[in-house]
Design a protein around this ligand. Sequence first.
Ligand code: SF4
Length: 312
Amino acid sequence: MTDWNGKPYHSLDFHLKETFGKKVYKLALDGGMTCPNRDGTLGTGGCIFCSEGGSGDFAASRRPSVREQIEDAKEKLAKKLGDRDVSYIAYFQSYTNTYAPLFYLEELFSSALDCPEVAALSIATRPDCLPEDVLGLLTRLNRRKPVWVELGLQTIHPETARFIRRGYPLETFSDAFRRLKAAGIPVIVHVILGLPGETREMMLETVKFLGDLGIDGIKLQLLHVLSGTDLGELYLREPFPVMALEEYLDLVIDCIALLPPEVVIHRITGDGPKRLLIAPLWSANKRLVLNSLTRRLKERGVYQGCARVKER
Ligand code: SF4
């Protein structure tokens, strides 16, 4: 069994300490972009679960300068951290952060990388918004400091993708993934567990597919039904089953067992805004979820990749 500093899975915390040799914090920034699934290019309603904030409800409010946002976020963190030596990841989280002209992206990302304390860039985007010139820019920036790309796939199943109005087929994801990897850029994939109509087997198929593909990192996100979203309206009109805590824990443990040991697990629960949460309400208690997960992993003797060891 591989041990990631006492944890039975390859956590982001462990990965950051190994890579940068110190504590690294993410600063959620707003690049001022929109999304083709919202601005009318592909659709106007967005993905069915997406809130007004473009799935980045914790990002700093819109400001003209990324440097100001970084300084502001650092100041807030400094109150907690004192004068500890830390670094930051500039995280462009809300909306589609490669959906802008090249000159705009170059200015935005370069000014974030120019900050001496920024150790890396993490860019959340859609796989259908990565044209060659943007990929070229990311490749150049990746030579200065590490650049990661986060792709919101959510599921490999076409019927669910249609239901959530994702707006692109799995082939588009696979193609973007292949081009990013060929350019040497690590890819982190977002998956939502608990989407309506998906069985436990379907969710595990998505995770297995990604593990086999060779992704660098994964965010396992429990489905949050949020007010102000179309999914929230649907739930209030015709409530559909949402996951119970125990069910979610067992599913996440099976996902961990399926993932190859080298895949970094960036998230194993949700991070939605409590003020908007309609269901499942237990997910608001993140500490309870994480503590219960650690306990249950130990009880079941599961570690990352153990299902693959058994398969061999
Ligand atoms: S791609 Fe992202 S920002 Fe765009 S609608 Fe979907 S979740 Fe929201």
